[in-house]
Design a protein around this ligand. Sequence first.
Ligand code: 8YV
Length: 326
Amino acid sequence: MAADKKEVLLIGPLKPVVVNGLEAACTLHKLAAAADRDAFIADHADVRAIACSATTEKIPGSLMARFPKLQLVSSFGVGYDHMDVKWAAAHGVILTNTPNVLTEEVADTALGLLLCTVRELPQAENYLRAGKWRSGDYPLSKASLRNRTVGMVGMGAIGQAIARRLDAMGVPVVYHTRQKRPELSYRHYPQLLDMARDVDILLVIVPGGAATANMVNAEVLDALGPEGILINMARGSVVDEPALIRALQEKRILSAGLDVFAKEPNVPQELIAMDNVVLFPHLGSASAFTRAKMDQLIVDNILAWAAGKPPLTPVQETPWRSWDEV
Ligand code: 8YV
């Protein structure tokens, strides 16, 4: 019955899976369609659930505070550094993300970026397209995966999916996390610097946010050394971008493959000008197949809430106990 429909505020792009999925069961208020964003928020201050359809939409505490009855923010993306988790935890708001459904896709993309960077595949393709092959072969790639160990910075679900792929390719894997994962047989490094000294590829796949900000800094890059390759599949914030640019320019590391940047979609001109980097426009999960699953999970978390059931994928900082009153 229409009268029973829950009110939901949608922040972010009007994606068909999200809009259709939510409109089937809820009354949806679309912030993206509002002429005056501020007035629209004030008019809908009573909503108890928000859907957020893009990680580019920031959800600070000051925004959540404008909805005094807020119980749930169901967001797109496995990463949730765009939301103020501390505020939500302190105010009893459950945040949900979209893990699991993108794990294998992001791992596939990571392998693609790794191979492109190590074997210079985009550069070689450009060489062919520019008609240069007729005058001679593309130079041998400076690096190979055959004589290298990959040091994973982060070893969550996506990190492990990447490591499984590297296992199959016969590439040794080690990892750095704050806590050792006893269930894994890969060598664990408690200190990132020690691992950077021992390996020649760092593959970054940790959550963004304050705890990991700039953890790959000039010191880590110098420990990686002149044969070193950095692959970042996580968040731009994890790497000190100006330090990385300097290390690449001064050949203190060999090359980098980057799917993420500090100020997306703005990519520093210095990186664009370099031929020893491979740059992807944040492609990790970006297939129609996987994005539809992520969008559906935004909807399914809201539908669970609307039915008074536990959310499917609350983030660990805001575990679900009960919806006092839905
Ligand atoms: C998206 C991601 O590509 O899920 C995440 O956290 O980073 C990716 O799946 C990204 O959110 C697009 O902006």
